[in-house]
Design a protein. Structure first.
Length: 294
């Protein structure tokens, strides 16, 4: 009974149930101007691929400590005097036999250290009875005075830029001399990255290829320490790939560099200040923060 009443009502007013009409595409009217023909066709801009390179900052660490400043010397001397004034006396009777040559030798050495820290004795009269054993030991020890080796190497006096012994107090970095666009250029050892090759693997390969295998080196990390975007010359075409250079830090432990003479004319171990004098401004601004100031 209920179904018959529903069907009869639908027959009488079909719009009562299906009152919601479906959405249709809006047709453009004659008054609205068509802009599809007026808009110019634009092609997507070509994205140039980047050419990846790896460079190695090969470092020779300092060989000796830095020369202290006058203030540092005065501070260390003052601390040494305080230490000698407050330390407990050394029990010579426990370690040396009384009157033995070893006791005499230790006494003479202790007097030398005392004079070095506090100066010559003041207001003390010399003993009337000279100690012959002490005098003989003093004469025998004159040639045994410890003398420091010179802090300036022969490579510094000869200005040998290829020697690893120069500037022992400073960090040295390897630079290679090559030609780019007909000009002599100093730069770190670098080379291109092959397809599907990791950056740290490329750094190991380029270090052997650029510097030879006659040295013992250690690349610090698999991660680069910096990146540099060289400026392209103005005469190059627009579709030229942009160069990106990733820098890796390495240390030389033994041996010497032997670069390929066909590709490189010269090499040098330079400090940070000397690198700034030999490289161009753009390259120097890109690498100067990766180098140590000392």
């Amino acid at each position: 009974m209920f179904s018959r009443s529903v069907l009869s009502s639908c027959r009488r007013s079909p719009r009562a149930v299906f009152s919601r009409s479906f959405a249709t595409e809006v047709q453009p009217t004659e008054s609205a101007p068509s802009t599809s023909s007026a808009a110019p066709l634009t092609h997507p801009k070509k994205i140039s691929r980047q050419s990846l390179h790896t460079a190695i900052i090969l470092n020779r660490s300092p060989l000796i400590t830095r020369t202290p400043t006058p203030f540092e010397k005065a501070f260390y001397s003052y601390q040494a005097r305080i230490h000698r004034a407050l330390h407990n006396p050394f029990p010579t009777e426990f370690y040396f036999k009384q009157g033995s040559p070893l006791e005499t030798r230790f006494t003479i050495e202790e007097q030398r250290r005392e004079r070095k820290a506090f100066g010559a004795p003041f207001g003390i009269e010399a003993s009337e009875e000279p100690n012959e054993a002490a005098e003989l030991m003093e004469i025998a020890m004159r040639d045994e005075v410890d003398e420091s080796m010179p802090r300036v190497h022969d490579a510094d006096t000869k200005n040998d830029l290829k020697s690893l012994n120069r500037r022992g107090q400073r960090n040295l970095y390897l630079l290679l001399k090559t030609q780019e666009d007909g000009k002599d250029v100093w730069r770190f050892p670098q080379g291109s990255v092959e397809k599907d090759e990791f950056l740290h693997v490329a750094a190991h390969r380029r270090l052997d290829a650029e510097c030879g295998r006659h040295m013992d080196t250690w690349i610090v990390s698999r991660n680069p320490v910096g990146v540099h975007h060289p400026v392209k010359p103005a005469v190059t075409a627009e579709d030229t790939k942009d160069d990106v250079v990733f820098f890796y830090k390495a240390h030389i432990l033994a041996g010497q560099v032997r670069p390929d003479p066909k590709r490189y004319q010269d090499f040098a171990w330079l400090t940070k200040g000397e690198i700034g004098q030999r490289t161009d401004e753009n390259y120097w601004l890109g690498v100067k923060d990766m180098l140590s100031d000392f």
